[in-house]
Ligand binder design. Structure first.
Ligand code: EPU
Length: 340
């Protein structure tokens, strides 16, 4: 067991924010996690604890005056199989896209639309990651998590997670209470493709794909994402900074009469989901840069760190954006990224 002191967290968050952790350690199993927690309890009982996965949905605005625990639980294990599905358990520390590509290689369907999303397996149920018409809740079977207070391992089935749009119990009532250890996904042996969303069909056509396959859909998603979302290894970012806001149909119609080009998608409950990227672009932020903090030039919903922006600078920019969108459209944006 190795506990490091005063280390930079820059390489552990995709925004590339240079803050420090007073204590830092990683763990590769539930047992190792327990050992670490017991050790810290003994020597630094009042230390704050923070569990870190891929750090891809997180904005650090200050140092962590406590212990950062990096989840490094690895491995893929086929649990069972039936006529339709393969049930695959993945360690929470596995890279998400690595997991997707493993499934793609086996020809198993379900996660190909979620290709190239940054972050780790453990974060996928945390915020019910989604893209191109698919969300984790559609492929989630169960997860195992360690309860920090009770020191027990608890299983969560799909219904226990209360999945919503970029939401789950782990972001709400159980925030900071559980460490996700592994996630089991239910993958289709005979894939069912979701290609109607936006640019996927168009991209498949351009690629000259005649027969659909999980590999082809995955590649199409990779091409689309790479064309407009910045690679965190090159430009620091955490994907969409805000959620797409949901408003009533009446409010949408009212906005549409003032802004005929407004982008909205009807929801099952009658409300309308607005494209926050469009709202932000209309306020003139797309491509804006102040110091090293900016609004991405190809996707206004993504805030970026060009090199040495502080978390506070990115946060302040997000507040300015939020206020201007509210002033122009009367719509309150909600942050998708967790702020520390
Ligand atoms: N748009 C603009 N200007 C912009 C950006 C977007 O006008 O600068 C408009 C366009 O009309 C576009 C529409 O917004 O057609 C939707 O844009 P896009 O397809 O890029 O998707 P999004 O709604 O901005 C959401 C997710 C992404 C996910 C994509 C694809 C949220 C908060 N974001 O973005 O998820 O990859 O759909 O499914 O729901 C993430 O959560 O980090 C993320 C990247």
């Amino acid at each position: 067991m190795q506990v490091h002191q005063n280390i930079s967290l820059r390489q552990y968050n995709t925004f590339g924010i240079d803050v420090k952790a007073r204590l830092f350690a990683d763990f590769s199993s539930a047992e190792k996690l327990q050992e670490l927690l017991a050790y810290v309890q003994q020597f630094s009982p009042n230390s704050q604890r923070m569990i870190l996965g891929g750090g891809s949905n997180l904005l650090f605005t200050k140092d962590v005056d406590g212990l950062v625990l990096k989840n490094e639980i690895m491995g893929f294990e086929q649990q069972k199989e039936d006529y339709e599905f393969v049930y695959l358990r993945a360690g929470a520390g596995e890279n998400w896209n690595g997991f997707v590509q493993y499934c793609v290689q086996q020809g198993w369907g379900g996660v190909e639309n979620l290709s190239l999303i940054p972050g780790n397996v453990g974060a996928s149920p945390m915020q019910n990651i989604g893209a191109y018409g698919v969300e984790i809740k559609d492929v989630f079977e169960e997860l195992e998590a360690y309860h920090l207070h009770d020191k027990t391992i608890v299983k969560f089935a799909n219904k226990d997670c209360a999945f919503g749009y970029r939401e789950s119990v782990f972001k709400q009532q159980y925030k900071n209470q559980f460490v996700i250890l592994s996630v089991t996904y239910k993958l289709r042996k005979q894939p069912v493709f979701h290609t109607s969303y936006g640019a996927i069909n168009q991209e498949l056509e351009q690629m000259g794909v005649k027969e659909l396959s999980v590999a082809a859909v995955s590649q199409a998603v990779i091409n689309i994402r790479s064309s407009k979302l910045p690679d965190p290894k090159v430009i620091g970012n955490a994907g969409s900074f805000f959620k797409n806001p949901q408003i009533t149909k009446a409010k949408f119609q009212n906005l549409q009469s003032q802004f005929p080009a407004i982008v909205g998608y009807p929801l099952e409950n009658g409300d309308v989901k607005l494209a926050a990227g469009w709202l932000i672009e209309q306020c003139g932020w797309k491509g804006y840069r102040k110091g090293d903090a900016g609004c991405h030039a190809k996707q206004a919903l993504v805030l970026v760190n060009y090199a040495n922006a502080t978390g506070k600078e990115i946060f302040d920019l997000s507040e300015e954006i939020l206020q201007s969108v509210y002033a122009k459209f009367g719509v309150k944006l909600e942050k998708e990224v967790n702020i520390f």
